[in-house]
Write a protein that binds this ligand. Structure first.
Ligand SMILES: Cc1cc2nc3c(=O)[nH]c(=O)nc-3n(C[C@H](O)[C@H](O)[C@H](O)COP(=O)(O)OP(=O)(O)OC[C@H]3O[C@@H](n4cnc5c(N)ncnc54)[C@H](O)[C@@H]3O)c2cc1C
Length: 484
């Protein structure tokens, strides 16, 4: 007879918590899943991936409608959007997915779901809705929240974050976005396409700081061509509510100051882990501003208390949360010592076109002091891309000094789908020659994956040495046209 109420208790019913609860219950563990909101799904379902990708699709369709003549179609007068209709579509997609993340489904799997604020009293017990609940293992999977800067005037000035942006009751005429990470960049393009006048303010001299500069710059130039205004090397000094508009006072790189105005301010300045108020001090669990202090098996400073998802401070993506959920299950329930390994971790920024990555980019290879070579292929050489009306972007293959892949970046139409071939190839340690030799259907965007490997091999195959050898053995006579 266990001295604990549950085998495993999970705080947070988002991407990480749901994976762990479903797995633990199906392995036969007595499982408790707690969320402070009154529904499951977390940020991804309600304020993140799902609403943003739904909105991005709507904005894409509208953009195509406005640019139909580029596809040889007649011009039409396109009416302005009613954001309430867009928001309704977002809510309906969420409602469909919510069924999969319902209390009934988890109860059916065998997990008990409770809603409320859990606070650790000691390393095995939390207080929840006035009761003490104990578990042999605990998982902290409480996600992250938008980081809100300490800014003069912000407390008196209305602003929005990712929690509000999908549920607006009208399309803002104008929007100032603070920050230029993935959320900012995706939303800037989507709202610009829908008809808002969008301005992005960024303190550093570039956008998408985790990406290689050339790829990030290409994304920015594309968005700027669509109408997004960028203020780089610009610091926000203060904000002010003017009633119908908000004013943002800024300092430019040259020291001059100025002010920008918009109907709405969107704050997209990164994320901070939801760890405060959980009583982690009472449980002996250490953390800092970035996240929980974890070992490679995702165990905290208390070995039976794990962390997964955005609270790890590692890769803040839903697929990272799912992966880490699997690591926790293997360690906590199966008692197998499995470590998290992010060597070939993929991610994608869902601008149009998309920017996808796996493994190391050039910047990461340089920072790690690795000798490397970069092979590229442009989308303007891809027949399908041109047929689709999209010639922007390129693929970059980074090889180490032994000519083994370190990583791949793709900027281009459906890059998030195209990177999956590399997910399989890199994780399966597939030889580049196998990829080069594999037949890809024509015309597809995925041919670019084969072509970039072909570029790497072509210098070796069509070398002077090979030509001379063939000439010697088979008496090949060389060029038939042009100067020898
Ligand atoms: C606008 C936006 C777009 C995004 N797009 C993508 C994308 O396209 N692809 C992608 O992979 N990722 C995307 N992300 C990131 C993704 O949403 C997160 O990485 C993912 O949701 C993290 O999962 P999680 O389980 O750690 O946290 P969450 O899914 O946020 O779940 C945490 C849960 O914990 C609950 N909770 C919080 N505090 C407590 C507490 N004290 N007690 C109990 N419960 C608590 C919360 O209510 C929530 O339900 C996006 C994020 C945003 C904001």
């Amino acid at each position: 007879m266990s001295k604990y109420d549950y085998d495993i208790g999970i705080l947070g019913g988002g991407s990480a918590g749901l994976t762990i609860a479903a797995g633990a219950a199906q392995f036969g563990a007595k499982t408790l899943l707690v969320d402070k909101e009154d529904r499951l799904g977390g940020d991804c379902l309600h304020y993140g991936c799902v609403p943003s990708k739904t909105l991005i699709k709507t904005a894409h369709v509208y953009h195509l409608m406005k640019n139909a003549s580029q596809f040889g179609l007649p011009r039409h007068e396109i009416k302005p959007v009613d954001f309430r209709d867009i928001s309704d579509r977002i809510k309906s997609v969420i409602a469909t997915i919510q069924k999969h993340d319902s209390v009934d489904r988890f109860c059916g799997l065998g997990a008990k779901v409770e809603f409320g604020n859990a606070v650790f009293k000691n390393e095995h017990t939390v207080s929840l809705n006035g009761k003490n609940v104990s578990a042999k293992n605990w998982v902290i999977a409480t996600g992250s929240s938008p980081a809100i800067p300490k800014l003069e005037g912000l407390e008196q000035t209305p602003f929005i974050t990712n929690r509000d942006i999908f549920y607006l009751d009208h399309l803002p005429k104008s929007m100032i976005v603070l920050g230029a990470g993935p959320i900012s960049t995706e939303m800037a393009q989507a709202f610009c396409r829908l008809g808002s006048d969008v301005t992005v303010i960024q303190r550093s001299g570039r956008i998408l700081g985790k990406e290689d500069m050339d790829m990030a710059d290409a994304v920015m130039q594309n968005l700027a061509a669509e109408g997004v205004k960028y203020y780089l090397n610009t610091s926000v000094l203060s904000v002010k509510d003017l009633g119908a508009e908000r004013e943002v006072m800024v300092a430019f790189k040259d020291g001059k100051t100025g002010s920008l105005r918009a109907e709405i301010i969107l704050i997209a300045l990164g994320r901070e882990p939801n760890l405060r108020g959980l009583g982690l001090e009472n449980a002996g669990v250490e953390y800092n501003v970035k996240g929980l202090k974890l070992d490679s098996r995702l165990r905290s400073t208390q070995k039976h208390i794990f962390g997964a998802g955005d609270v790890t401070g590692a890769y803040q993506f839903t697929h990272a949360a799912g992966y880490e959920g699997g690591i926790v299950l293997t360690n906590a329930i199966l008692h197998l010592p499995r470590k998290a390994d992010y060597t070939f971790f993929p991610w994608c920024t869902y601008t149009d076109p998309e920017l996808a990555n796996i493994g190391m980019n050039e910047t990461a290879a340089r920072e790690a002091g690795l000798k490397h070579a970069v092979w590229t292929e442009e989308f303007r050489m891809n027949d399908r891309g041109l047929a689709e009306g999209e010639g922007l972007g390129r693929i970059k293959l980074i090889l180490d000094e032994k000519e083994k892949p370190l990583g791949v970046q793709i900027l281009g139409l459906h890059a998030g789908e195209l990177i999956s071939e590399w997910v399989a190839a890199l994780n399966g340690r597939v030889k580049l020659s196998a990829l080069a030799g594999a037949v890809h259907p024509y015309p597809t965007l995925a041919e670019i994956n084969k072509r970039v490997v072909g570029n790497y091999f072509s210098g070796k195959i069509f070398s002077d040495k090979v030509k001379k050898t063939l000439k010697f053995f088979f008496s090949l006579r060389g060029r038939a046209c042009g100067i020898e």
